[in-house]
Design a protein around this ligand. Structure first.
Ligand code: SAH
Length: 219
């Protein structure tokens, strides 16, 4: 895709992602392709490729590009998967997942955000994304199971319903910790018992709260 931000986008991928060890070629290609500036408020377009998160509507944030790349790589997608995302927000991460998997299901609790993400994703011709407004900590039972689940808001713990909706061998990537700081975790489901999981720690991070029945109780 050529647009006036293409140079900045290539530089972002080179310096912020390749330069910091992101090596999944499909993730790098998706992030070279997707116009991140289309997902940020108009006034912040010039900053869309900077090395930091940015505010979006409703006091939420679009994650830092490196964190998007790290979380996307952690799911180890090949293109055949059904993936669930919790926290659609701007829809940027949703678009990345749509490039990496076969179908993406995304849940957002704030209706206004879900609607604007839908508009941007439609304008970019993504047809393999379903978005629903609701509490993502409960998962999306009718569409389960999923090969990968990504939570893009900070949680006090891994929601049990999400582990139950993973296939055996499936991965849940989720920031877990306090309101002010979390550790990015990858939980791999090992057997029919959803409590039988392998846990890997990636890095420290800071996300907005995951608010819901299996998250923080109040916004
Ligand atoms: N991936 C998004 C991140 C947005 S911030 C992006 O890069 O733009 C996290 C989002 O999670 C917010 O939009 C917030 O409203 C949403 N969220 C928080 N708790 C949620 C829940 N229980 N279910 C669904 N969405 C939730």
């Amino acid at each position: 895709m050529t647009d006036r931000y293409q140079k900045q986008r290539m530089k972002m991928v080179d310096l912020q992602l390749r330069g910091r060890g992101i090596s999944d070629q499909r993730v790098l290609r998706a992030m070279e392709k997707i116009p991140r500036h289309a997902f940020v408020p108009d006034a912040l377009r010039e900053q869309a490729y900077n090395d930091n998160p940015l505010p979006i509507e409703s006091q939420q944030t679009i994650s830092q590009p490196y964190i998007v790349a790290l979380m996307s790589s952690a799911l180890e997608l090949t293109g055949k998967e059904r993936v669930l995302e919790i926290g659609t927000g701007s829809g940027y991460q949703t678009a990345i997942l749509a490039e990496l998997a076969e179908r993406v299901f995304s849940i957002e609790r704030i209706a206004a955000l879900a609607a604007s993400a839908r508009r941007v994703l439609d304008a970019l011709d993504y047809y393999n994304i379903a978005i629903r407004v609701g509490d993502g900590t409960l998962g999306w039972r009718e569409e389960a199971p999923f090969s990968g689940i990504m939570v893009t808001a900070g949680a006090p713990g891994a929601p049990r319903f999400l582990l139950e909706q993973l296939v055996v061998g499936g991965r849940l990537v989720i920031p877990v910790g306090s309101h002010s700081s979390q550790i990015l975790l990858r939980l791999t489901r090992l057997s029919d018992d959803p409590a039988d999981i392998k846990t890997e720690e990636f890095c420290g991070c800071r996300f907005v709260d995951l608010i819901g029945e299996q998250g923080w109780k109040n916004g």
